[in-house]
Design a protein around this ligand. Structure first.
Ligand code: LLP
Length: 481
């Protein structure tokens, strides 16, 4: 992460780029581990995913477009389910975190691959419902669920509601009483862990909005309150320490603290909680700097952490669950853009930087602007023999921070009409997309075995105007009337 108190634009600029980004021998080459599994580059330099050439895909569906590799998504989902389902004595359920990317097609794939689903708003719940997702396999999250959202969740019989505050406990108590139903709940606890990730996506330190603190005793009080409530069936504790985390140390500290509370509850309240959830947050590779663990390694490591801690405490291992979002959806997509302009800017000291503007930007991928996230990209529509230049790929928004890829070596002959592809955009890109500057959200085009299928269509200008009630434009001006 670039650190300068006045922001990235003021940091010292090197034409060599950041230390982790060496000048490539061949700027046409792909780093396969950053791309959806079926991605290839032909001898002509055209990128294909799922057997579909992106040049053909853009001709048919336009640009920009999110390209979703169905085989990659399903394989990752299955790998988590199998790896975490396999350890003999320890059972893990895998909840796909829909906030990373959710549409009805994804909900179907998740159901078909045997995973459960984490939703965090009424909107995500509606998508799951529309897809026919089994309600008993849904976990409902959120630090400020409304009365309406909670009522629907209880009426639909979602598998578990993860309670985040005392207000929510009171709301649920009233709702279950008035509906004459019970709700299965977990208590979201704050383990007091500083996860090694961007400040905005760390969630287990004390000074943030999620969960009930273990250290202040709030978590234990919430457990007592839920246990005493006849409308609530308390399943267990829930901890999520943050997102895009590579190092298991944070999970280990959190698991120890949550298991300590789990044991305290058994001893002081006489309540053996049957379940425990350790959240999501497993990192993926956006650039060559990142070296994530695969599902098998994560399952082995997390099972070891929990088993060792339970053994040393002399307690039984509860039924466990995790909630990966990014690690399943993130690598399964790339975004294809068309280059519109190329500009070379002279910097202090004589260095130059090449700005390549594409037809999307912070409205389809906010992560670079919001978290200083780093991405990579490649020329996707042809092969180039031109020497590579350190380039910055920017969007078309009226904002200087509208950056898609901060630093990448791209062929020096890039020109309008070329296509660029950015890998690792399956998580938190479409789901955080906006209509800033009245841009239209791109479609999500699923590819498989040489076929394309639009699973989320491109927005139209009619969509933009659909919610704009405005004045009656046919009625003439006030002066005329
Ligand atoms: N469980 C809970 C309770 C969560 O809050 C989250 C993510 C997950 C699971 C899934 O985390 P994952 O496995 O996807 O890392 N917009 C940010 C990430 C925000 C994550 C929010 N919660 C980004 O683009 O990096």
């Amino acid at each position: 992460m670039r650190a300068h108190e006045a922001g990235w634009a003021h940091a010292a600029v090197s034409v060599r780029g950041p230390g982790w980004l060496p000048q490539p021998e061949d700027a046409n080459a792909l780093v396969p581990r950053l791309w959806p599994a079926t991605t290839r580059k032909g001898a002509d330099g055209v990128l294909s995913v799922g057997g579909v050439r992106v040049t053909d895909l853009v001709r048919e569906h336009g640009s920009p477009a999110y390209v979703l590799d169905e085989a990659d998504f399903r394989t990752r989902a299955r790998a988590f389910r199998d790896a975490f389902g396999t350890p003999p004595d320890v059972h893990w359920d895998v909840f796909y975190a829909g906030k990373a990317f959710l549409c009805t097609t994804i909900a179907r794939w998740v159901a078909e691959e045997g995973l459960s689903l984490d939703v965090c708003t009424g909107g995500e719940l509606t998508v799951a419902e529309r897809a026919g997702f089994p309600m008993e396999r849904i976990g409902f999250h959120g630090n400020n669920k409304s009365v309406g959202e909670l009522e629907r969740a209880v009426e639909l019989g979602v598998g578990r509601i993860i309670v985040d505050s005392f207000h929510e406990l009171e709301r649920l108590s009233r709702i279950t009483r008035s509906l004459g139903r019970t709700a299965r709940v977990m208590i979201r606890v704050t383990a007091g862990v500083e996860a090694h990730t961007h400040e905005y996506i760390a969630t287990a330190h004390e000074d943030q909005k999620f969960g009930l603190s273990i250290s202040t005793g709030d978590a234990l009080d919430a457990v007592r309150q839920a246990h005493a409530d006849p409308g609530l069936e308390l399943l267990g504790l829930h901890s999520h320490i943050g997102s895009q985390i590579f190092d298991s140390a944070g999970f280990e500290v959190a698991a120890r603290r949550v298991l300590a509370l789990h044991q305290q509850i058994a001893e002081e309240i006489g309540l053996e909680l049957p379940e425990m959830d350790l959240g999501g947050g497993f990192g993926i590779a956006y650039t060559t700097q990142d070296d994530p663990s695969d599902a098998g390694q994560l399952a082995t490591e997390m099972t070891r952490i929990v088993s060792d801690e339970c053994d040393s405490r002399g307690i039984a291992v509860p039924r466990l669950s995790i909630e990966p979002g990014r690690a399943i959806a993130g690598p399964a997509m790339c975004t294809v853009y068309e280059v519109g302009t190329v500009k070379t800017v002279e910097l202090d000291g004589g260095a130059v930087r090449t700005y390549v503007s594409v037809d999307g930007g912070m409205s389809d991928n906010l992560r670079t602007a919001l978290y200083d996230a780093e991405y990579s990209c490649t020329l996707a529509s042809r092969r180039s023999e031109a020497p590579a230049l350190l380039s910055r790929v920017v969007g078309k928004h009226c904002e200087a921070g509208d950056i898609v890829v901060m630093d990448e070596f791209l062929p020096g002959d890039l020109a309008p009409g070329d296509l660029l592809a950015v890998p690792g955009t399956g998580a938190y890109c479409w789901s955080m997309a906006s209509n800033y500057n009245h841009l239209l959200r791109p479609p999500v085009v699923a590819v498989r075995d040489g076929e394309t299928r639009v699973v989320v269509r491109r927005e139209t200008e009619a969509d933009l105007l659909a919610t704009d009630i405005g004045p009656d434009l046919n009625a003439g001006s006030a002066a005329e009337r």
